[in-house]
Design a protein around this ligand. Structure first.
Ligand SMILES: Cc1cc2nc3c(=O)[nH]c(=O)nc-3n(C[C@H](O)[C@H](O)[C@H](O)COP(=O)(O)OP(=O)(O)OC[C@H]3O[C@@H](n4cnc5c(N)ncnc54)[C@H](O)[C@@H]3O)c2cc1C
Length: 360
């Protein structure tokens, strides 16, 4: 049997690694030459969780973040933890590292723009009989392919600093989402992510970078302030109805596996790549792949259920940050939810419970 994996991001390279290790003939196709740039904050939330499932990730160079400052409206709260909250890295390093692992295991790489088999023309079962299977790990498609999407802008600004606290600023300029500053080695990663529709995302971004600069929260050269990213990226904020399309298994962003509260997607991409490989290797039914993904991701990818009520969401978050400033236990829970450190997660259910906790 031959497997073609389209896209060599975290989902595709992980699928290719597991397939090649199992002795399956695997071809990994990407339209970009590696190492390649990928717009991303590059945060592995709860790195210990990543190492549990993918221990080799410990070898990727990065910075461990132990402190975060949350801000919303007039409230601010700082939280620090002995356990790392996050490991930040450059996506060009991570993705190149993962691709090299897949190649070392025996996968082949082709530089080409590929299209997965068209929906309805072939089925995965038919492909299996013909001895050819496709895994579509080509990243996020068009916004209309997902029930809900976010819009993001991000840039790695060069800086001499690179360690210190992460900043998470909810509802900046009234957006339904958050702006962030994640320190990296030699860079300050600054971004904004908001639910669509969000009209003035470039203006929000520029204002946030200038705010960080003027408050002395980031040290970047003034000339670099002109290096604002121009193209916003879409990020799926809800999984598609099915994780199998025509002749291919969908993994990672292509399936819509991104946490709608935080935008985290690397972990879900890698895990779904692993599940896709197992489905092929163990000749499992497609329903098995769907069930594995739903079970593993269910709570993390649950919708916020705030609809488009950004005013309510931001009021809830403002109260939550305010309570965090006063109550150590609440702050720990709130911060650990964000970074998926504890048993809770910042899912729609958690936020709905917050509404009653903060008494709105
Ligand atoms: C601004 C921003 C910030 C983010 N921050 C974080 C974060 O801090 N932590 C986190 O966990 N997640 C974050 N994410 C989400 C994360 O980037 C994605 O969930 C993750 O990259 C998904 O991996 P993937 O392998 O599915 O897709 P991708 O990483 O997008 O890889 C897809 C690959 O497919 C290739 N490709 C596309 N089309 C074709 C084609 N037709 N033929 C051949 N090759 C093709 C592309 O070149 C690419 O290499 C962020 C996303 C954005 C936009």
């Amino acid at each position: 049997m031959k497997v073609t994996v389209i896209g060599a991001g975290p989902a595709g390279s992980t699928a290719a690694l597991f397939l090649a290790e199992a002795g399956v003939e695997t071809e990994l196709v990407d339209k970009c030459r590696f190492p390649r740039h990928k717009p991303c904050a590059g945060g592995l939330f709860n790195p210990l969780l990543y190492y549990r499932d993918f221990p080799y990730l410990e070898d990727v160079e990065g910075v461990y973040i132990h402190e975060v400052r949350f801000r919303c409206g007039r409230h601010a709260a700082a939280y620090s933890s002995k356990k790392p909250l996050m490991k930040t890295l450059l996506r060009s390093d991570l993705d190149h590292f993962l691709l090299k692992k897949a190649l070392q295991a025996g996968a082949r790489f082709s530089l080409a723009e590929a299209s997965p088999p068209e929906s309805g023309t072939r089925s995965l079962h038919a492909n299996r009989r013909e001895g050819e299977v496709f895994i579509d790990a080509a990243g996020a498609r068009r916004a209309q392919d997902y029930p809900r999407c976010g819009i993001c802008l991000v840039h790695d600004f060069k800086t001499d600093e690179g360690t210190g606290a992460a900043q998470v600023h909810y509802g900046f300029m009234g957006i339904m989402g958050y702006c962030w500053l994640y320190p990296k080695r030699g860079y300050a990663n600054i971004g904004v992510g908001a639910y669509m529709p969000q009209k003035n995302v470039r203006e929000v971004y520029r204002t946030y970078v200038e705010y960080l600069f003027s408050e002395g929260l980031v040290s970047i050269a003034k000339k670099d302030l002109r290096n604002m990213p121009h193209r916003a990226k879409i990020l799926p904020f809800a999984p598609r109805a099915h994780f199998v399309s025509g002749g291919s298994l969908l993994a990672g962003d292509s399936a819509g596996f991104v946490n709608p509260s935080t935008g985290e997607g690397i972990y879900f991409a890698m895990l779904s790549g692993k599940f896709a490989a197992k489905t092929v290797i163990e000749k499992r039914p497609l329903a098995w792949y769907e069930a594995q993904c739903r079970r593993a991701f269910k709570t993390h990818l649950a919708p916020l259920r705030f609809g488009n009520n950004r005013a309510l969401l931001n009021r809830v978050l403002e109260r939550a940050v305010g309570m965090s400033a006063q109550d150590e236990r609440f702050k720990k829970m709130f911060a650990e939810n964000f970074f998926r450190l504890g048993s809770h997660n910042l899912s729609g259910r958690f936020l709905r419970n917050l509404v009653s906790r903060v008494g709105l």
